[in-house]
Structure formats: structure tokens, C-alpha cells
Design a protein around this ligand. Structure first.
Ligand SMILES: *Cc1c(COP(=O)(O)O)cnc(C)c1O
Length: 354
């Protein structure tokens, strides 16, 4: 820290994103990106004309993208917020709906950005234990009377709560915002987007980064009661009115016009996930029942760090977390079928030599 940095950031530990190595081409199974390219309409929309228009600011109201999202989810544009990745939206939500010094509740094992935002906004971290099988006990979230953030499916376990369970959590905390981070919902979980029509404290956050193949475009959105949305708009217009750039807005609208392409990719990823999970189980791995585009797996014969490093040497990148309860595991993004066949073979070889 320089001598100029505010003392309030002294203890802030920044988020550590997964590696994006530039040294060589890996089979990249470490940051839950889609193995499939964006749909053809996206390439067509990000054309020379769009580049020439970059001299102009982007639409600060993101009207076209909001209208397309509103159509897809059967809500009105007033119920939609658009952000520079869903991380930005989560940041605005933490900023908007908590007082400094207040508690915010989320599972002890979840998306690594939640504790970072909690520290950034000087909130008290109320990290609730998971059950032994890594599932969330929804009753622990009833009547907490704090803001709550839940990733559903959760990361890095891939385990889900049902819409009924989330509905109960939200209705038992009527005076606080419940954020449901649905980054992975398209890989086999159920969205609670429709519940935002009944529950004015429920904010559903989704992203174009995973199922919609646009991680590099930085595009996320939130659905909720129009008052919650206008609170987020207020903070956005006080931070960065042009938060989403023109090319990403155009890409997002084009992607929504080809939903079938993305639905089909999700089906392929789900089938490949089931294949990979069976093959790993046959080799003696224990896995959570993931409904996301990744698997969370441990093997009694090799620790997570070692498996991660050995796979990396062999050109396959997965994610390892050093937190005590996660240390034995690796998180493996689901790639194309051929990538996962390669992973399975490589893991077999590694275990034979271990
Ligand atoms: C990937 C991810 C995000 C971030 O998505 P961006 O839209 O790329 O910022 C948010 N939450 C969870 C749980 C994620 O895994």
C-alpha cells in the first residue's frame, strides 16, 4: 500500500481470478467459460459498422438489451438492470442494500467475490456453514434479517436449492434484499426469475459469461422489482453511466435472438458433464452432484494441489482452491466432449503413476 491509500482498505484482500495464461494453449477447464463460440449472429453484429460507431458513447440506458431481456423473461424493461459482468451488479447490490458495519449472510463456501465485496463495503461477514455433504441448509437462512446472497447453483459445489426453498428464504426476510446469483442456472437448475414478480425483495442476477459464451464481453443482468432496479440504476449513474460498451450491447442483443443455439450448447455440456462425472467416479473420485458447467471432485489417492499441478504440466488447466475444506478438491470446467475424454485419459495415467 502506498502512503496515500486510505487506511480503510488496509485489510481488503482482493479477489483472485482464475489463471488466464498466455504462455501456451491449454485445454482450459479452469474458469467455467463456454467451450463453444458465440452464435453466428454475434459475429455479424460486431461488424465494421459497429466498430465505426465506437466513436459514440454507448446507450446509458441499455434500452435495446433491456427490451430483449424483458421479452425473454416475460417482465418489463423497468425490471431489468444491465451491468459490466454480473460481478459489477453484485458490487452495486452490496453497495446499495447494506449499511456500513451491518451483517451480510452467505454460505461459508461459495463464490469468492462475496467476502471481497463485504470487506470493500465494510460489512460484517456472516458466513453460514454448509452441511457435511456441502449442501446448503435453507432453514439457516430463515428470518435472518440481514441481506443474503446465494449462488444457485452454488460455486464451487454445483449444488442447488429448489425455487420453493429460495422463495421461503426470501419471504422470511421481507425487509432485506435476497440476491440469487444464477450464473450457472442454465446447466440444469431452476431459475427463480419468475418469483421476482411476487417478492419485492428478491434480486436475480445472471450473466452472459457462462451459458451464453460471452465471458470476454463482460455482460450481466439482474431481474427484480422496479424499485430495486432503480436503486441499482442510481448507483450505476453515480459510478459509470456507460458501464456497458457498444460492442457488448450489440453482442448481447444478437445472442438473445439465437437462444436455441445456446440451449443446444447447454444440452451438450450437460451430457458431457454426466459422461465425465461417471468416468471420474469409476476411477474412485467422490463428486458433488453438480448442476453447473463444472465438476467438484476429490480422490483419496491424490491431493487437489498435486492433481492440479500434474494436469497443468500435461496441458490441462483446472482450478484448485486452498481453503481448508476445499483443498482436497479440484474444480473442473466442462469443455467439449473430446476435451473431457482427454482429461479422463490423462487423469487415469496420473493415478496409475501416483
Ligand atoms: C462467473 C461467476 C460470476 C461472474 O460473472 P461475470 O458476469 O463474468 O462477472 C458471478 N457469480 C458466480 C457464482 C460466478 O461463477
Amino acid at each position: 500500500m502506498s502512503r496515500f491509500m486510505s487506511g480503510r482498505f488496509e485489510r481488503l484482500k482482493e479477489y483472485a481470478p482464475g489463471e488466464q495464461p498466455q504462455d501456451k494453449r491449454y485445454i482450459k477447464l479452469n474458469t467455467n467459460e463456454s467451450p463453444f463460440p458465440p452464435s453466428p449472429a454475434v459475429s455479424a453484429a460486431v461488424n465494421e459498422r459497429a466498430v465505426l460507431d465506437l466513436r459514440l458513447y454507448s446507450d446509458p440506458r441499455s434500452a435495446a438489451l433491456k427490451a430483449a431481456l424483458a421479452g425473454q423473461f416475460g417482465v418489463s424493461s423497468e425490471n431489468v438492470f444491465v451491468g459490466n459482468g454480473s460481478d459489477e451488479i453484485l458490487s452495486f447490490a452490496f453497495m446499495a442494500f447494506c449499511e456500513k458495519g451491518e451483517k451480510i449472510s452467505y454460505p461459508e463456501i461459495s463464490y469468492g467475490f462475496y467476502p471481497v465485496f463485504a470487506e470493500l463495503y465494510e460489512l460484517q461477514k456472516n458466513e453460514l456453514a454448509l452441511r457435511d455433504d456441502f449442501s446448503i441448509d435453507p432453514k439457516m437462512y430463515h428470518g435472518l434479517d440481514t441481506m443474503i446472497v446465494l449462488a444457485n447453483p452454488n460455486a464451487p459445489t454445483g449444488l442447488c436449492l429448489s425455487p420453493e426453498e429460495i422463495g421461503k428464504i426470501a419471504s422470511s426476510n421481507p425487509d432485506r434484499v435476497v440476491v440469487v446469483d444464477e450464473a450457472y442456472v442454465d446447466f440444469g437448475a431452476e431459475s427463480v426469475a419468475a418469483l421476482t414478480k411476487e417478492l419485492d425483495n428478491l434480486l436475480v442476477v445472471q450473466t452472459f459469461s457462462k451459458s451464453r459464451s460471452l465471458a470476454g464481453a463482460r455482460l450481466g443482468f439482474a431481474l427484480g422489482n422496479k424499485e430495486l432496479i432503480s436503486d441499482l440504476e442510481k448507483l450505476k449513474f453515480s459510478t459509470n453511466p456507460y458501464n456497458v460498451n457498444r460492442l457488448s450491447l450489440a453482442a448481447g442483443v444478437a445472442a438473445l435472438n439465437e437462444q436455441e443455439y445456446y440451449d443446444n450448447n447447454c444440452k451438450k455440456i450437460i451430457a458431457t458433464r454426466e459422461y465425465t462425472s461417471k468416468e471420474l467416479a469409476k476411477m474412485g473420485f467422490w463428486l458433488t452432484e453438480s448442476r453447473a458447467n463444472f465438476l467438484f471432485a476429490r480422490h483419496p489417492g491424490i491431493d487437489g494441489q498435486e492433481l492440479y499441478l500434474t494436469l497443468k504440466e500435461r496441458g490441462i488447466l483446472v482450478r484448485h482452491f486452498s481453503k481448508p475444506r476445499l483443498r482436497d478438491f479440484v474444480r473442473i470446467t466442462i469443455g467439449r466432449q473430446e476435451d473431457m475424454e482427454r482429461l479422463v485419459l490423462t487423469v487415469k495415467e496420473i493415478l496409475e503413476n501416483a
